[in-house]
Design a protein around this ligand. Sequence first.
Ligand SMILES: NC(=O)c1ccc[n+]([C@@H]2O[C@H](COP(=O)([O-])OP(=O)(O)OC[C@H]3O[C@@H](n4cnc5c(N)ncnc54)[C@H](OP(=O)(O)O)[C@@H]3O)[C@@H](O)[C@H]2O)c1
Length: 250
Amino acid sequence: MHRAAFVHAGLNGNYTARRVGAADLAQAVADLRRPGVLGANLSLPHKESAVALLESLTPAARAIGAVNTIVHMDGQLRGDNTDAPGLLAALADADAPTGGLSVVLGAGGAARAAVYALRQAGREVLIVNRTHARAQALAAELGGRAAWPETAPWAAVTLLVNASSAGLDAPHDSPLSTFPALDPRALVYDMVYQPAETRLLRDARRAGLRAENGLGMLAHQARLAFAAWTGADVPVRVFLEALHAAADAP
Ligand SMILES: NC(=O)c1ccc[n+]([C@@H]2O[C@H](COP(=O)([O-])OP(=O)(O)OC[C@H]3O[C@@H](n4cnc5c(N)ncnc54)[C@H](OP(=O)(O)O)[C@@H]3O)[C@@H](O)[C@H]2O)c1
């Protein structure tokens, strides 16, 4: 995605992936202070532990307590979280209903970004997680209410966001063993994009609902990170086309 964005923006840059173990995270982050490095993305499990290694945080990264993007400026590293606005942009593209209740499934880093983003957008949020105590702790910290799947007011739910890792590389696994009866206008948004069609999305479509996987969010969070590193505003379609090309590659 980012290589395609460099080409589109006419910039001479490169983006590479690197596997970093927990013991090497501090050194890998310190390496970002070298001249010529624009920054980095972080993925699981470093999004939270990297916070302490940075000079500053954006308000979103501070509130969420997790960074997915590091921006390098003159030897100083700033942590940002583009998952939160990336989700909102993907929901807007999918024409998600704005009224009614929103449910976030999960209570890990992605769920924290989702709850923060949806609350910032003025939505009423319920958090449902396999470990209920974590949902309660998240609601106490970022707002919203924790709910049990058995007693949540599903019929009032117009947006269901899966921010749990259930379904990731597991096409038969769903965070909801029984798919609930949602408001018929509801959008089901699964942050998982691998596989492209999760059991949750299949269940939602079978119930006659609109359902989207997490590729749009992935593209939008990348677009925002790229803009933070380079100042270039590259259209989201460039990121999406690169994602689809990668998915179609043998
Ligand atoms: N589309 C995007 O751009 C994007 C961006 C960020 C993340 N993601 C995706 O979001 C997902 C979550 O990431 P994360 O960083 O938040 O992970 P995480 O911090 O490890 O949290 C995982 C969450 O999933 C729950 N969970 C795991 N397996 C489950 C199962 N079988 N049934 C029900 N709940 C289950 C966990 O529940 P417990 O609390 O009970 O352990 C926990 O709340 C991943 O699939 C990731 O790829 C997508």
